[in-house]
Design a protein around this ligand. Structure first.
Ligand code: HEC
Length: 249
């Protein structure tokens, strides 16, 4: 095939087709394709395009033939002859090095430990529990709040966190990470109420990057419980376990 009188140059045609193909894979498909897959498809598309371009005799003469004669040693002159061996060694070395880099054991430190108690986002920091009413006057109201919190707990949380708040609810066996054990001195006694309020409000999905990889089943309670219910269930967690929240004092 000759290029002359063919309309759009095949090189441009290929460039446009490849761009459209790439943009389609990158943006038109949902959920997004992983990069490795896009890379593979693009490599195939580029190889196909190269074969297509080689059909045009002008391009073949200008690009493909010199390539073959270089690799085949058909070119005149010492430089081309030597260069051929350099390429024949360099390309496999390059591929080998690439795979070695990818697969070989690395001396880098392993992924950091996931952070179990990350810093809460700003809007939750420093909140205090409005139902922790103090003094003689507040006592009756406080106990009433705890009672309401208990009801919230046994309607919503018991299935995972357990009857005894020890993280051994009936669903707990299937969950990894396991539901928090509130009896464990390493959990709520170490934490501020604002932290619990954050974790209960936004659940596993609200955890920041540094707490991944993990698939916490802890639900996002802000969609199901009122603010008052979330604060009161926190009172219940502390009252039942006999622990006190961490405070600044
Ligand atoms: C479907 C199971 C499930 C239910 C129901 C559930 N949780 Fe959780 N919860 C978890 C899991 C799993 C974790 C541990 C992983 C994490 O921290 O996200 C957790 C963690 C927590 C933590 C964090 C403790 C810490 O040390 O950081 C709090 C607080 C909590 N849950 C409170 C509650 C409350 C209150 C309820 C009820 C309103 C509840 N959860 C209902 C599964 C559940």
């Amino acid at each position: 095939m000759e290029l002359k009188g063919k309309g759009v140059h095949p090189g441009i045609r290929v460039a446009v087709a490849l761009s459209v193909f790439y943009l389609f894979m990158k943006f038109a498909i949902s959920p997004p394709l992983p990069f490795s897959l896009i890379f593979m498809y693009m490599a195939l598309a580029i190889a196909g395009s190269a074969i297509y371009l080689a059909l045009f005799s002008d391009i073949k003469e200008a690009v493909v033939d010199p390539l073959f004669s270089f690799l085949g040693g058909g070119m005149e002159g010492g430089l081309a002859k030597g260069g051929r061996y350099v390429v024949l060694v360099a390309v496999p070395m390059f591929v080998w090095f690439g795979s070695y880099q990818k697969m070989g054991a690395s001396t880098e430190a392993p992924l950091g430990q996931r952070v179990i108690h990350p810093a809460p986002p700003g809007e939750f920091a420093g909140l205090y529990n409005p139902y922790r009413t103090e003094g003689e006057a507040g006592k009756a109201e406080f106990l009433k709040s705890v009672e309401e919190g208990k009801e919230v707990y046994f309607k919503n949380c018991v299935f995972c966190h357990g009857d005894l708040l020890d993280g051994k609810g009936i669903f707990s066996h299937g969950l990894n990470p396991a539901p928090a054990d509130f009896q464990d001195p390493g959990t709520i006694a170490m934490l501020q109420e604002s932290f619990l309020f954050w974790r209960i409000s936004t659940g596993g999905i609200g955890l920041p990057q540094e707490s991944t990889p993990w698939d916490s089943a802890m639900p996002r309670w802000e969609t199901m419980l009122s603010e008052a219910e979330r604060w009161k269930v926190i009172l219940f967690l502390y009252e039942y376990t006999g622990r006190a929240p961490r405070t600044w004092e």
